[in-house]
Write a protein that binds this ligand. Structure first.
Ligand code: UD1
Ligand code: UDP
Length: 377
């Protein structure tokens, strides 16, 4: 890379859930304001092809202008490498605005690098709060929000959380850009029938994702979860794409053989289309993912969340999400709970309508034009 690419809006992505959130906004910024240069920086927090490249391809994101290759490490190591790498790019490119999605370490690094250089920050998915300080993401969210000048929120509760922390200027309720990606791709995802390789039928299987440190980094909780999954698999075959963190923790706890049963179909992390197709036709989803709670609500698929808290309460209030708590033994209640869940429709959460990327791009354009920004849709 040499000399400015002319990127006046710089998007910083790095980990799997960032791609689905950023893609609709990047596309809309490019379409609405062709004169506005864009720059895509990938920190490399996630780097395996199935955690990164597959999403760039399937979401039709452009190849990143810059790949920093920060890789894995402790929180400080990973965040610091991203901070240093992003700073160098921003010094060279001098964008007018840096857009950071979500709550991962790359999000905070992007925001912090920018503000220290006097570059304004837009936080996409601002205002989420689990109120659980043991989650690394909670610190990333809070700090990023307090560094941002434009706060793009996906739900009213996020706007309320920001107001409770004294942040009102620059807040825009634009809706959920992750659901834009879902609505754009779900028909193609279903048409590819990604359940067939697993020998399961639409509506007849469960889909599982588990990766939160609170669960998988605790060997006893992980063992209890694995044993409960094996029991649940007597009622429904389970497709379980295993996150790389969880692969490592299962191996360290000696649980690989316990979980690998005939009815627990383990796979590598799946590409977006395969995962989305499986999610759309699942009888149930068991997860600790943030994004999956949202997607299942938009799809009308019952979701059981193995966490004590959610930063996405709208998925419980208006969607299909049931918070089980960080209590793996409650997995055994799922067949009975499912009886009550049957027949729930895809939820109509306000502004989770496929047009959030457009609204976010409008908010960015107004912000760059210096127009006043307030809470408005
Ligand atoms: C990160 C985010 C989390 C998000 C999740 C999405 C932070 C603090 N955490 O968690 O909020 O929900 O991504 O998936 O930013 N690894 C690989 N290959 C990869 C990436 C990771 O093998 O491509 C392994 C490494 O051993 C690494 C571990 O997974 O140490 C964890 O990766 P890391 O990015 O640190 O955290 P996640 O658990 O993925
Ligand atoms: N996802 C995927 N393949 C998988 C698991 C998840 O494509 O094997 C997608 C899922 O559809 C959602 C996003 O990854 O769009 C959620 O990311 P993740 O659970 O890693 O992070 P979180 O949302 O918890 O931060």
């Amino acid at each position: 890379m040499s000399g400015p690419i002319g990127g006046s809006v710089c998007f910083v992505v790095g980990a799997r859930p960032n791609f689905m959130k950023a893609a609709p906004v990047l596309r809309a910024v490019r379409a609405k304001a062709p004169g506005t240069g864009t720059l895509l920086v990938h920190t490399g927090q996630h780097y395996d092809p199935e955690m990164s490249d597959v999403f760039l391809d399937q979401l039709a994101l452009p190849a990143p202008d810059v790949f920093l290759g920060v890789g894995s490490g402790t929180h400080a190591e990973q965040t610091a490498r991203a901070l240093v790498g992003i700073e160098a790019v921003l010094v060279e490119q001098q964008p007018a605005l840096v857009v950071v999605p979500g709550d991962v370490n790359s999000t905070l690094a992007g925001a912090l690098a920018a503000v220290k250089l006097g570059i304004q920050v837009a936080h996409l998915e601002a205002g989420l709060r689990s109120f659980d300080p043991s989650m690394p993401e909670e610190h990333n969210r809070r700090l990023t929000d307090h560094l941002s000048s434009l706060l793009l929120a996906h739900s009213q509760s996020a706007v309320d959380n920001l107001a409770a922390e004294g942040i009102e200027d620059g807040v825009r309720l634009v809706g959920n850009t992750m659901i834009d990606s879902l609505l754009d791709h779900v028909d193609a995802a279903r048409a590819a029938r990604p359940w067939e390789p697993y020998g399961v039928e639409p509506g007849g299987y469960g889909l599982v994702t588990l990766h939160r440190p609170a669960l998988v980094d605790d060997p006893e909780l992980l063992r209890a979860a694995v044993e409960a999954l094996v029991d649940l698999a007597a009622s429904f075959p389970l497709v379980f794409p295993v996150h790389p963190r969880t692969v490592e923790r299962l191996a360290a706890a000696g649980l690989e053989e316990t979980v690998a049963r005939a009815n627990v179909l383990l796979t590598k992390p799946l590409g977006y289309l395969d995962f989305l197709g499986l999610e759309a036709e699942a009888r149930l989803v068991l997860t600790d993912s943030g994004g999956v709670q949202e997607e299942t609500s938009a799809l009308g698929v019952p979701c059981f969340t193995l966490r004590d808290s959610t930063e996405r309460p709208v998925t419980v209030e208006l969607g299909t999400n049931t918070l089980l708590g960080l209590e793996p033994e409650r997995i055994g209640e799922i067949p009975a709970l499912l009886g009550r869940e049957r027949g729930r429709a895809a939820s109509q959460i306000p502004l989770w309508d496929g047009n959030a990327g457009e609204r976010a791009a409008d908010a960015i354009a107004q912000f760059l034009a210096g127009a006043p920004v307030g809470v408005a849709t």
